[in-house]
Design a binder for this molecule. Structure first.
Ligand SMILES: O=C(O)CCC(=O)C(=O)O
Ligand SMILES: [Fe+2]
Length: 183
């Protein structure tokens, strides 16, 4: 598990650097995130037992992750689904050599809604159990998240610390982003 955590940290840091660079963040600003001593990668293990009536139960209810992004490893049982406008719930079926990267609320805010946080859920199966391992990656709690805007773009969200956003999310779930919009 420690090895997996270390490998995820390396991958997450590479991805973070590429994304922030793309969004136009300079290296001085990125250092404020990177130089923090606080731990900011967390692994969550999910177990979904077989369910005799899968249509009447839900493994994990629809939600967006509060993270910057989440890296998911899943066993070979279907269950993860992403909601897409016009298509509805789309299965993200497991592939042995593939990790799934889910955009979280913090990247949604920092990208000024150019990267959309993905509404997702996990359904259950009547013959197979399922495991997944989610690595939530986020800036440290005191880091101030604010939209990185291009040229004359108007920020869609107010700046706030990660800690503040997590508190708002804990009380308002899916309504959290709309509470910090500027319009
Ligand atoms: O089990 C999955 O594939 C999804 C897990 C998930 O969305 C989460 O832990 O936030
Ligand atoms: Fe999730």
């Amino acid at each position: 598990m420690e090895n997996y955590n270390n490998q995820m940290k390396v991958l997450a840091e590479k991805l973070r650097h590429m994304i922030l660079n793309f969004l136009g963040m300079n290296s001085e600003e990125e250092k404020k995130w990177v130089s923090s001593k606080n731990q900011f990668g967390v692994i969550q293990l999910n177990y979904y037992p077989c369910c005799p009536e899968p249509d009447r139960a839900m493994g994990l209810a629809p939600h967006t992750d509060s993270s910057f992004f989440t890296i998911i490893h899943q066993t070979q049982t279907n269950g993860l689904q992403i909601f897409k406008e016009c298509l509805g719930w789309v299965p993200i079926n497991p592939d042995p050599n593939t990790l799934v990267v889910i955009i979280g609320d913090i990247l949604h805010i920092m990208s000024n809604a150019r990267f959309h946080c993905a509404l997702h859920r996990a359904i259950v199966n009547n013959t197979k159990e399922r495991y997944s391992m989610a690595y939530f990656y986020a800036p440290p709690p005191d880091y101030v998240i604010s939209p990185l805007v291009f040229n004359s773009d108007v920020p869609c969200f107010h700046a706030l610390t990660v800690k503040n956003y997590i508190n708002i999310k804990a009380k308002n779930f899916g309504g959290a982003l709309s509470l910090i919009t500027t319009t």
